[in-house]
Design a protein around this ligand. Structure first.
Ligand code: NDP
Length: 260
């Protein structure tokens, strides 16, 4: 039996939370987790606006019902309240997987970029994932402590930050097509948040990795060609193989390591 197939059978995430999962890639990830042959017991989808989705929950007949939670990653109170709700639901089990997916982009150029867009994009894409990670750390640590698995993995305890190669200082892709300095800077800084978290928490058994989801057709990626289904299927497959090797790195949805 190959090493990857051994890891695959061990991909049993008991609980997962995805920020910004009312649409786009976040919603796709939640759907893919629900479709797993052994889906997590708790799948916490989150949205900024609970109105309209208040009575919704992530449900599959053989999985316990998890509520849709309200999380605005720029609002520390909403993050704290969500962490309390998750703690109540998992009943002492901790949280295995936190996916910091929520993000925004402003279409700006070097000429019209300004403090306001730099600020809100940085707050959402960089500060948000840091605050969410800090608030959920006690639950992630608990999951790591309770795990019987050795080493690091997404089944044990992990933080995944949805980044973008547009934040890669070495590659700087599609420059002529879209400059978006605020977005590029926010993702470059998010990658540093990933590195810092990975160094600080690896000894607690928590893995942290940045992920580039590819160019995906969503409200943000209007001109992209990839589909949410295709990328989220590939991401889940990739997550099942993550170990110490991927801790503190920048991975593409295609399983490649990207340059910072
Ligand atoms: P979408 O614009 O389709 O979805 C973004 C999600 O983030 C929405 O659910 C949105 O909620 C949520 N969100 C925005 N701001 C906040 C906030 N303050 N608090 C909580 N949730 C918030 O984008 P994608 O699905 O395409 O993007 C998902 C992630 O993938 C992002 O981090 C993005 O940067 C990254 N990415 C996407 C690429 C692509 O090609 N699509 C390429 C590279 C990276 P609401 O509905 O309330 O606005």
């Amino acid at each position: 039996m190959s090493c990857s197939s051994v890891r695959k059978t061990e991909f049993t995430v008991r609980s997962v939370l995805v920020t910004g999962s009312n649409r786009g890639i976040g919603l796709g990830l939640v759907k893919r987790f629900l479709e797993l042959p052994n889906p997590p017991e708790w799948i916490f989808a989150t949205t900024r606006e609970l109105a309209g989705s208040q009575r919704q929950s992530c449900h599959r007949k053989d999985v316990s019902e998890s509520p849709v939670l309200s999380v605005d990653v720029t609002d520390p109170n909403s993050i704290k309240a969500a962490a309390q709700k998750v703690e109540e639901h998992v009943q002492g089990h901790g949280l295995n997987l936190l996916i910091n997916n929520a993000g925004i982009a402003r279409v700006t150029t070097m000429e019209n970029e300004n403090a306001e867009t730099m600020g809100i994009v940085y707050l959402t894409n960089t500060v948000g994932p840091l605050l969410v990670s800090q608030e959920f750390l006690p639950l992630l640590k608990k999951a790591a402590q309770q795990s019987t698995q050795t080493g690091l993995s997404c089944s044990k305890a992990a933080i995944l930050n949805m980044s973008s190669t547009t934040g890669s200082i070495e590659v700087v892709p599609v420059w002529e097509f879209r400059k978006i300095p605020s977005y590029r800077c926010s993702k470059a800084a998010l990658n540093m948040v990933t590195k810092c978290l990975s160094l600080e928490y690896k000894d607690c058994g928590i893995l942290c990795t940045s992920i580039h989801p590819g160019w995906v057709k969503t409200r943000m990626g209007t001109e992209a060609v990839g589909t949410v289904e295709e990328t989220t299927k590939a991401i889940l497959k990739m997550l099942s193989t993550f170990s110490e090797k991927e801790n503190g790195s920048f991975m593409g949805w295609d399983g490649q390591i990207y340059p910072w």
